[in-house]
Write a protein that binds this ligand. Structure first.
Ligand code: SAM
Ligand code: SF4
Ligand code: SF4
Length: 375
């Protein structure tokens, strides 16, 4: 049955300007970390550098909604690289240790390697380098891998939903071939970007026959394959629970052919449950955002393409940081920090947990789209 697609509600225009706390600076006199209303620290910032994409994956940017006439953001609305770098520095001062560049398709943003070069020197208040990574559909990776590595990128995640061309092309909906994504992964490995992760969104009846071929292909390659449950993110992908194949079932199918042993999580707030092949040929991950919510230690903030801060993937509103950067009165980094810290301190988001319990959740039709705030 074709996916039901709901027209786009444009959350991009709804954001009120974030107030500047006059004369207030955060943290008072020292760098440090900030906890939200549920005690969760801020550790991870995902930065969307473009709302455009050359794919039209039905679960993210269905063609029926994001067609020829969809208006993407004009260039002047996007945060420029200086603004992104300045904000990233502010977030790092508040405890962020990991930056993920995403989109849309981040490699469509011109001169992205210049941004990587600007972000790479950032250090935590204790002087440690950041974990700097990027998520891409891999379509332009073969061309860009060397420049990204030279600019200071350490590792990356490539999205790939199957090895069978007919299945993959139906999913990306632009006829993009599997071979070119695999070529991109090889190029990234060859220049020393790693460890490389491959994300596969699993939709029951659409690409679940690709689970085992993908596991067989990447086992023993050094690439970590991760299976993501199809999420009800945004408001346009016509999500239905019947299309979710629970991670437990994905794991059962893999373990029937390749026995698995559990691994401990590598960092607090880690989204993937990690398992190793019992024969030592690598690991796989399961991201069970639908069947096993991981809101309890969610430490992720998202910066949209036009500089709105979102504190949850399922949020219905952001907080306008660009307005502070471009406002008539200049703000210093202390004031920016105070504004971000105030937003984070008031954060109570735990959408997936509430949905899992059948409790009321933010208004579906008003939810922001994933290509705009970044995955
Ligand atoms: N274009 C890049 C890509 O596809 O890797 C980066 C942006 S994309 C929004 C980031 C990640 O979100 C991808 O791994 C994608 O598969 C995942 N994603 C998008 N929509 C999703 C959905 N409805 N459920 C689960 N994952 C989704
Ligand atoms: Fe583009 Fe990534 Fe969304 Fe697919 S998942 S449409 S590649 S942004
Ligand atoms: Fe974090 Fe929101 Fe996802 Fe929960 S639903 S894990 S709070 S982004």
């Amino acid at each position: 049955m074709p996916a039901r697609v709901i027209p786009l509600h444009d959350a991009r225009t709804l954001q009120p300007a974030l107030p500047v706390a006059a004369g207030r600076s955060w943290p008072p006199g020292q760098a440090g970390s900030v906890a939200d209303a549920l005690g969760r620290p801020l550790r991870d910032l995902r930065i969307s550098v473009t709302d455009r994409c050359n794919f039209r994956c039905g679960y993210c940017m269905p063609k029926q909604v994001f067609g020829k006439h969809h208006e993407f953001l004009p260039h002047a609305e996007l945060l420029n690289f200086e603004e992104i770098t300045r904000l990233a520095g502010v977030f790092v001062g508040l405890g962020v240790e990991k930056l993920r560049i995403t989109g849309g398709e981040p490699l469509l943003r011109r001169h992205l390697e210049t941004l990587i070069e600007m972000l790479a020197p950032l250090r935590t208040p204790a002087g440690r380098p950041l974990d700097l990574t990027l998520t891409t559909n891999g379509s332009m990776l073969a061309r860009k891998a060397a420049a990204l590595k030279a600019a200071g990128l350490q590792r990356l995640t490539v999205s790939l939903d199957g090895l069978n061309d007919a299945v993959f092309q139906r999913m990306n909906d632009v006829g993009f071939p599997v071979a070119e994504v695999l070529e991109g992964i090889r190029a990234a490995q060859a220049v020393g970007l790693g460890p490389i992760k491959v994300n596969m969104v699993v939709q029951r009846g659409v690409n679940d026959d690709q689970i085992l071929p993908m596991a067989r292909h990447f086992r023993g390659s050094g690439v970590v394959l991760r299976f993501i449950e199809f999420m009800d993110v945004g408001a346009t992908n016509g999500w239905r629970m019947e299309q979710v194949l629970p991670s437990a079932e994905v794991m059962r199918r893999i373990a029937a052919e390749f026995p698995l042993v559990p691994l401990s999580s590598s960092a607090p707030g880690e989204t993937a449950e990690r398992w190793a092949y019992a024969d030592g040929s690598g690991e796989v991950g399961f991201i069970s955002s639908v069947t096993q919510a991981f809101c309890g230690d969610c430490n992720r903030a998202r910066l949209s393409t036009e500089g709105q801060l979102y504190t949850c993937l399922f949020a219905t509103r952001g907080h306008d940081l660009r307005g502070l950067l471009r406002g008539a009165a200049p703000v210093d980094d202390g004031q920016l920090s105070a504004a971000v810290a105030a937003v984070w301190a008031g954060r109570t988001d735990r959408y997936s947990q509430l949905r899992g319990r059948g409790a009321p959740t933010p208004d579906g039709p008003r939810r922001v789209e994933m290509h705009y705030i970044g995955g």
